[in-house]
Write a protein that binds this ligand. Structure first.
Ligand SMILES: C[S@@+](CC[C@H](N)C(=O)[O-])C[C@H]1O[C@@H](n2cnc3c(N)ncnc32)[C@H](O)[C@@H]1O
Length: 249
């Protein structure tokens, strides 16, 4: 039977799984080690048993927070990020590294006369069951399929003409490009494909200073970095910027 409710995927599924397994193993091993050492009055080993158990509970907490972030928190983060753009409703919006369409689809709902485009290369490490089909299915289930487009591609070399979009967003996507130069390339592509007076809002768990630096070097104005938001785990910051109304120089 096909799924009838939208599914926006679990972020970093491999990391969540391994942190959870390590946590469970630590908590259980610590429990038994503690029982064994306490009955034998093995002083130093009692300390080790406590350390193993604390490590286990720490990992279980981290895995739970990451899971909760994907299932609940990121929807709040999405709404706050889109609210920053103050969209009129007729814009062309790009979601870079759209995954299952978290921002893409929410943006499309705010664009009765516009359109939302997502680009992704569908990494299974970065998000569970990631595919263009899953994203388009979500768009259909959310009633915005008519206003949503999805392209396969790498954010470092996007298949879009210059100045194609009025606003560009990215959520927990650019840090997945491992090299700093790769992240800078992605930012330059975002600027290239952005219309004059267009806006950018990028949320990420790290790297926002680098993105802000590249945005400034690319002549973007009003470059600002928000404080930490704890709706997601790890917590994230958002960098916003605007392209000048007229070409610089
Ligand atoms: C953690 S997921 C976040 C997805 C979505 N933005 C969200 O918040 O739910 C990161 C996404 O970035 C995509 N991605 C990673 N590297 C990419 C690249 N070089 N070009 C395009 N997309 C990329 C992954 O495939 C994945 O869908």
């Amino acid at each position: 039977m096909s799924r009838q409710t939208p599914d926006y995927g679990l972020d970093a599924p491999v990391a969540v799984r391994w942190i959870f397994i390590a946590g469970l193993a630590g908590a259980i091993a610590g429990f038994f080690l503690l029982r064994w050492t306490v009955t034998r009055h093995a002083g130093l080993l009692v300390g080790l048993a406590y350390a193993v158990q604390i490590f286990g509970f720490f990992c279980l907490t981290v895995a739970s927070l990451m899971f909760a972030s994907s299932r609940f928190g990121k929807f709040h983060a999405r709404d706050r990020l889109l609210a920053r753009l103050k969209l009129r409703g007729d814009e062309a919006v790009l979601d870079v590294g759209c995954g299952h369409g978290l921002l893409l689809i929410a943006a499309a709902k705010l664009l009765p006369r516009g359109r939302a485009t997502g680009i992704d290369l569908w990494s299974q490490v970065d998000q569970s069951d990631n595919s263009r089909e899953a994203t388009l299915r979500n768009a259909t289930l959310e009633g915005v399929a008519q206003r949503v487009r999805v392209r396969d591609g790498d954010m470092r070399k996007m298949p879009f003409a210059d100045r194609s979009f009025d606003a560009t967003v990215a959520h927990f996507a650019i840090h997945n490009v491992r090299s700093r130069e790769g992240c800078r390339e992605a930012i330059r592509e975002i600027v290239r494909t952005l219309n004059h007076d267009g806006q950018v809002a990028i949320s990420d768990l790290h790297g926002v200073e680098l993105y802000a630096d590249e945005l400034r070097k690319s002549d973007m104005t009003e470059v600002e970095i928000s404080g930490l938001s704890f709706w997601t785990f790890p917590p994230a910051r958002t960098v916003t910027a605007r392209k000048p109304k007229h070409p610089v120089g």
